[in-house]
Design a protein around this ligand. Structure first.
Ligand SMILES: [Zn+2]
Length: 119
């Protein structure tokens, strides 16, 4: 199996092993195990990876948006900046949930690869 498949399964918040069961019990809390295939997700090792990936993905879009808003808004900045802040925070929090799934899919793939190489 290529690394892309478990990453894409994780990105859709599904079990990286089978792609059928749910990976998450809540917003970012993992299931104990997959209801479909029984794969265990006993410990969450994602740490700061998903947050880092989210910032890296959105930063190139948000930085010019902030710059252009600051340069062009004038007195409308009192309205634009709070709206921009709400937009950026909600976008980042939404993307974070999917990035965590993708990150865990990549970690799962590396674990499987390590298990297959160990005699
Ligand atoms: Zn599964």
């Amino acid at each position: 199996m290529s690394a892309l498949q478990p990453i894409l399964r994780g990105l859709t918040r599904k079990c990286p092993a089978c792609g059928q069961g749910k990976l998450f019990a809540g917003y970012l809390k993992l299931q104990g195990q997959c209801a479909h295939c029984g794969e265990t997700f006993d410990h969450d090792r994602a740490a700061d990876g998903p947050a880092w990936l989210t910032v890296l993905s959105l930063g190139p879009f948000f930085a010019p948006l902030i710059f252009l808003s600051a340069m062009t808004s004038g007195k409308a900045a009192y309205y634009i900046f709070p709206l921009l802040l709400i937009f950026m925070v909600s976008t980042a929090l939404t993307l974070l949930a999917f990035m965590k799934g993708a990150w865990l899919g990549a970690l799962w793939h590396m674990d499987q690869k390590k298990k297959s190489e160990t005699p």
